[in-house]
Design a protein around this ligand. Structure first.
Ligand code: JFZ
Length: 417
């Protein structure tokens, strides 16, 4: 059985794709999507990286563990969680503007707080906050309107609030935990709710599968497919049983991967909102990563971390809109493509060459590609381009001293094999 871990450790044992899934037509939408929007939103957006006046290092959504905040204290955050500026239409519309084909939002993260109306316990946004509404119903309708597939992130192993969940050893005695019972009597009922109450769900994004036995991973995959046969399960279900492989956070394999895979990534250095984290990547860097990942056969799942008021940080909005503007012109070179030679993507006989660093003389030099070149054009506006061949390879003469597109200029090369 061939596994799809990568030597560079980007895809690690446990998070790889179940081999049979590679041929599975249920993944076609996922393979063609190439770009999704991740949303980490929860109580952790309130402290926003600070606790008792101290800046807590690390990713924002881990503040309860990093500051070892007792459940009794952390729970109190719910009383102050009232995202009056939450606007599902704005969130779904931003995903559509960005060119994201699917949206994955945290229904329950490691802190155990449920961002939807669950019946499996009252530690949730409807029962325990002044907000008192279920944002997932509104988001499901908005995503439907914008043709964006709604997906849920669910922390199946770590739950720092639940006495039998994994991870909280500062309130609970690890040796007394009934983890199997937690999976059977809490996780499964909640996963059923998420797959029953919000319409068609594109995929369930499980996470940090440590402690999951192969039987438990298999059991949850089958459980999801039994309720919604077309709902995919990501690689962090563990034990190599995912419908597709998941890299480590912000990890991009160095070479093409013979699997369906995804890179979850941040725009700054946190998933959950942190007030002081303004280390925003540039739009060019984000487009380059999207293309780099697509050229190796993967999907880019790019995160936003809304505030506790429900506002998406402006730097994230601007960067998502910049990616969307670029995809509006160059989407043909990303959506529905498969890995191409060099840093290229391909659709049928068209190879898309992505030029990040524009040559001062406007002549793009590249090795000759296999097959006969019948024509070349600038994808953005169809301008035909002249190609000269020499011993070094091909010279595509664009006559453009400056980069036609500062983010990534795409040349479309028609090749007849
Ligand atoms: C996990 C979460 O702990 C984190 O809060 C966030 O949700 C992120 C998307 O996923 O963090 C991980 C999980 C796995 C790896 C790295 C970070 N890994 O396999 O390298």
């Amino acid at each position: 059985m061939t596994t799809t871990t990568t030597d560079d450790g980007a895809i690690r044992t446990g998070s790889e794709q179940w081999p049979d899934a590679r041929q599975d037509a249920r993944l076609d939408w996922f393979r063609d999507a190439r770009f999704g929007m991740f949303i980490h939103w929860g109580l952790y957006a309130l402290p926003a990286g600070e606790w008792q006046g101290q800046a807590i290092p690390g990713i924002g959504e881990w503040i309860m563990l990093r500051a070892r905040i007792p459940v009794a204290e952390y729970e109190r955050l719910a009383e102050r969680f009232n995202p009056v500026k939450f606007d599902a239409e704005a969130w779904a519309s931003l995903a559509a503007q960005a060119g994201a084909k699917y949206l994955v939002i945290t229904a329950k993260h490691h802190d155990g707080f449920c961002m939807y109306g669950t019946r499996a316990g009252d530690y949730n946004i409807v029962d325990r906050t002044p907000f008192g509404r279920d944002p997932m119903h509104e988001l499901a309708a908005a995503c439907q309107r914008h043709g964006v597939r709604l997906c849920f992130y669910y922390s199946q192993t770590q739950d720092w609030h639940h006495p039998d969940g994994d991870g909280n050893d500062w309130d609970y005695d690890e040796s007394k935990k009934d983890f199997d019972g937690y999976v059977e009597n809490y996780v499964k009922p909640q996963v059923r709710e998420l797959l029953t109450n919000y319409g068609p769900i594109g995929l369930i994004w499980f996470d940090t599968p440590k402690r999951m036995t192969p039987e438990q991973s298999r059991g949850l995959v089958d459980f999801v497919h039994a309720i919604q046969p077309d709902c995919l399960v990501n690689g962090r279900i563990g034990n190599g049983l995912g419908d597709y492989a998941e890299t480590g956070d912000n990890r991009i394999p160095t070479t093409e991967v013979q699997a369906d895979w995804e890179t979850p990534a941040t725009i700054n250095d946190t998933w959950g909102f942190k007030r002081l984290d303004n280390n925003w990547k540039s739009p060019a860097d984000l487009v380059h990563k999207l293309v780099d990942i697509a050229s190796k056969g993967g999907n880019y799942l790019l995160n936003i971390g809304p505030t506790a008021e429900g506002v998406i940080p402006q730097p994230s909005v601007e960067r998502m809109q910049a990616i969307g503007a670029w995809l509006k012109t160059n989407g043909e070179a990303v959506y529905g493509t498969r890995p191409g030679p060099l840093r290229t993507t391909r659709r049928g006989s068209t190879v898309f060459l992505h030029v990040f660093d524009w040559p001062a003389d406007g002549i793009v030099r590249m090795p000759a590609l296999p097959g006969a070149l019948s024509s070349a054009r600038l994808l953005a506006n169809g301008t035909p381009l002249e190609v000269q061949r020499d011993s070094e390879g091909w010279q595509v003469r664009t006559g453009a001293a400056g980069a036609p597109d500062p983010l990534d200029t795409v040349l479309a090369l028609e090749l007849s094999t």
